[in-house]
Design a protein around this ligand. Structure first.
Ligand SMILES: Cc1cc2nc3c(=O)[nH]c(=O)nc-3n(C[C@H](O)[C@H](O)[C@H](O)COP(=O)(O)OP(=O)(O)OC[C@H]3O[C@@H](n4cnc5c(N)ncnc54)[C@H](O)[C@@H]3O)c2cc1C
Length: 243
């Protein structure tokens, strides 16, 4: 195993992708496994995500979030997880074609818990036809190193709640992994250092020039994303037949 703690995140919806952005930015070697579509693909127009005053096509929102994860060094791989097996120093996460060794696993796979069948000590809560993973407030399960985030962890069925929970659970993983970390903040030059403080781990101070460069990049990138309508619309509930 590499010296950088590895995190495997199961599921590329708002919870898993946001968790990936956080763990990757903290320097953890992060892989998100995408085994099928986020349920958010069924949304017709996403109107309650902060930052999009007139709403956004949910497919575009997911694309933006995936690209943000990639830009922050998070690897996204296709693959449906079949099993998670505890090992001496972490877990082996198995898809049909690949195996991923990792110290930490975050389950963000609404609504699939089947790959946990062989693990002792994890609580699965059944409510109607749905199954949820029993977690502490910080997303920890009964198994050390194994966490759950988003709807699968029983969070309310909303995009921002799942994304926020993904971030919160990622912070638990970051703290538990003991990588040096204070906050993930980008501050203007001098914010810490002009007060005689070192820039804390996880934080960054940037110059006005660098800030301008980043903002220019933001404008260029966002104009590309929003130049045209997204080509895809919502997917229907699987039980609705096309007539
Ligand atoms: C019709 C509809 C409209 C909605 N509209 C809104 C709205 O307007 N506003 C709002 O806030 N919320 C809305 N939602 C809710 C929102 O989509 C969910 O709350 C949110 O997507 C949950 O995020 P999540 O990351 O927990 O799960 P998901 O987004 O479902 O992501 C889970 C991911 O894990 C993957 N996965 C599952 N099993 C495995 C496995 N074994 N291996 C690998 N990957 C796996 C899934 O394929 C999926 O990609 C809507 C939902 C629906 C159905």
């Amino acid at each position: 195993m590499s010296t950088t703690p590895a995190v495997t995140i199961i599921g590329a919806g708002p919870a898993g992708l946001t968790a990936g952005i956080y763990t990757a930015r903290a320097g953890l070697d992060t892989t998100v496994l995408q085994g099928g579509q986020s349920i958010l693909n069924r949304n017709a127009h996403l109107e309650n995500v902060p930052g999009f005053p007139a709403g956004i096509n949910a497919r575009r929102y997911l694309e933006l979030t995936r690209d943000q994860a990639r830009r922050n060094d998070c690897t996204i791989r296709e693959g449906t997880v079949r099993a998670v097996r505890p090992t001496e120093d972490g877990f082996l996460v198995e898809t049909e074609d690949d195996r991923y060794r990792s110290e930490y696993v975050i389950c963000a796979s609404w609504a699939d818990t089947s790959y946990l069948d062989d693990i002792d000590g994890i609580g699965i809560i059944s409510r109607g036809s749905k199954a949820y993973i029993d977690v502490e407030d910080d997303g920890a399960t009964g198994v050390d190193g194994l966490y759950a985030a988003g709807r699968i962890a029983g969070e309310p069925h909303q995009t921002v709640v799942s994304a926020g929970h993904g971030a919160k659970v990622a912070l638990s993983v970051i703290h538990d992994s003991e990588v040096p970390f204070y906050h993930d903040w980008v501050a203007p030059e001098g914010y810490f250092t002009d007060r005689g403080r070192d820039v804390p781990p996880g934080c960054e101070e940037i110059t006005d020039e660098e800030r301008a460069r980043r903002e220019e990049e933001t404008l260029a990138v966002m104009q590309e994303y929003f130049a045209d309508r997204h080509p895809e619309g919502p997917t229907q509930h699987p039980s609705v037949r096309d007539e």
